[in-house]
Design a protein. Structure first.
Length: 180
């Protein structure tokens, strides 16, 4: 099922896809096979919250990963391994700490809890520039354009994406602003 989902996303020209880490024996070899089978996709590891998850992501061959948490130890280990780890942030303190730790990209998580205008409201009190922001957590395809218009830089869709209905997703992707 994962292979067919990746094929659909590739056909729709979605190039960044995250695969959730799980502490099972088959995760690393499965991910290696997927990375090999989909060289045109930029596959990343999701839910990196521990040294074990980071080690597994590195062994699987991922070049980047995302985390729902801001953990300076994981960021240091990631940087030392040449692995980009996008930390999760929620509060102004976490955003400021991520910036101080050199994070140019953060994941606002859970985005729906904070609300659509939250990121923009952080700009004045924290000062520019804020890191590149990926809103994630509870968002649906119908949220993508409004959240982008509200000031985040990207939107991640997870479980709420559900079964892929190609035409609405194709229309959404066509409506997105083109980035270089």
């Amino acid at each position: 099922m994962l292979v067919s989902r990746l094929e659909q996303l590739r056909d729709l020209e979605v190039w960044h896809v995250e695969i959730a880490w799980g502490p099972c024996d088959g995760w690393i070899p499965q991910c290696r096979r997927l990375i090999s089978a989909f060289p045109d996709l930029r596959l990343g590891a999701a839910s990196i919250c521990s040294p074990a998850a980071l080690t597994a992501a590195l062994e699987a061959g991922f070049s980047y990963g995302v985390s729902p948490v801001l953990d300076s130890g994981l960021l240091e280990r990631s940087a030392a391994a040449g692995f980009t780890l996008v930390p999760g942030v929620m509060t102004p303190t976490e955003v400021n700490r991520a910036r101080a730790l050199g994070c140019s990209i953060v994941k606002l998580f859970p985005a729906t809890t904070m609300g659509i205008g939250y990121w923009r409201r952080l700009r004045d009190p924290l000062g520019a520039p804020l890191p590149f922001c990926i809103a994630a957590g509870g968002l649906t395809p119908s949220d993508v354009l409004p959240w982008l218009e509200a000031g985040v830089d990207a939107v991640a869709l997870g479980a709420s994406l559900g079964p892929l209905d190609a035409e609405p997703l194709r229309q959404l992707l066509a409506a997105l602003p083109k980035r270089s």
